[in-house]
Design a protein around this ligand. Sequence first.
Ligand code: HEC
Length: 118
Amino acid sequence: MVPLVTGEEPLPQLFTRAGCPVCHTIPGIPGAEGRVGPTLALGATGPTRLADPRYRGRAKSVHEYVIESILNPGVYVVPGYPDRTMPPWYGQKLSAAALDKIALYLESLGSQPSPARR
Ligand code: HEC
């Protein structure tokens, strides 16, 4: 596989290269103001997803939910947003280290001001 990112990149570059900002607003990431999908502040929204009776995935934590949402977007479609829109191929394009770094960042984003960029 030819990964889009290795996980070594600084976060803004990692998200930009992976293309997430095209569709998502990501607090703390310059230029990430997409509106096709939900704002990625999973520290705030993640627990709500896991508690939704319609949620049928396997994640037991917000961290797992973020990774599941990236690898398998169809498992749970956020109400009000389109299905089959988020690309299904990220599992082939993102290294495990990149996935983990993305999940750690997104789960840290709550309703408070975004944390310092790493
Ligand atoms: C072409 C548009 C598009 C791109 C590119 C895209 N997404 Fe999404 N994403 C969506 C849409 C639409 C949804 C909501 C529907 C669903 O749940 O599948 C979504 C849902 C999500 C969710 C669940 C959000 C929640 O609030 O529960 C996460 C996490 C996520 N995306 C992360 C990412 C990451 C990380 C990237 C880049 C690696 C990315 N997405 C790239 C369109 C996109």
